[in-house]
Design a binder for this molecule. Structure first.
Ligand code: NI
Length: 160
């Protein structure tokens, strides 16, 4: 069974709560999310996408999986790039999204240790996409006015 929440599920619009304490339950959540991400052939997944409104993300853009709990962007490159993105919660929808090309992120790893990493390229993009999910933001929110008009009918289909 595919446990992924599909737009317009309400949980996708909530602000996810920070994780107060690293427990084995959170580690299991990370493992489960990683499995779901691979099964769905995605490059990232945020906990709200499986109905769990807590600040946990997993990403694997092809160079191995990593997870972050309570992730935050502590630095963003001023150079922005626009790339077409998809989302497991919005099947068959693609939107050009402008994002900083490189970021520095901070969060907790699966052992509860604070980690900081500099990311660029696909991994920077995937992490920003997943952090958006923790704020209740979806790729359709990044669409231009023209794109939004074009998407309107296709999004209506999701509500039926
Ligand atoms: Ni997504």
């Amino acid at each position: 069974m595919n446990p992924i929440e599909i737009y317009p599920a309400r949980v996708l619009r909530l602000k996810a709560a920070p994780v107060e304490r690293m427990t084995s339950e959170i580690r299991h959540l990370v493992d489960h999310m990683t499995e779901v991400m691979y099964e769905a052939e995605g490059v990232g997944l945020a906990a709200p996408q499986i109905g769990d409104s807590r600040q946990v993300i997993v990403v694997d853009v092809g160079d191995g999986p990593f997870s972050l709990v309570n992730p935050e962007i502590v630095e963003s490159d001023s150079e922005e790039v626009s790339v077409e993105e998809g989302c497991l919660s919005l099947p068959d929808i693609h939107v050009h999204v402008r994002r900083p090309a490189a970021i520095r992120i901070r969060g907790l790893d699966a052992d509860g240790k604070t980690v900081e990493r500099s990311l660029e390229g696909m991994s920077a993009r995937a992490v920003q996409h997943e952090i958006d999910h923790l704020r209740g933001v979806l790729i359709i929110d990044h669409a231009s006015a023209i794109q939004k008009t074009l998407l309107k009918n296709r999004l209506k289909r999701f509500r039926e």
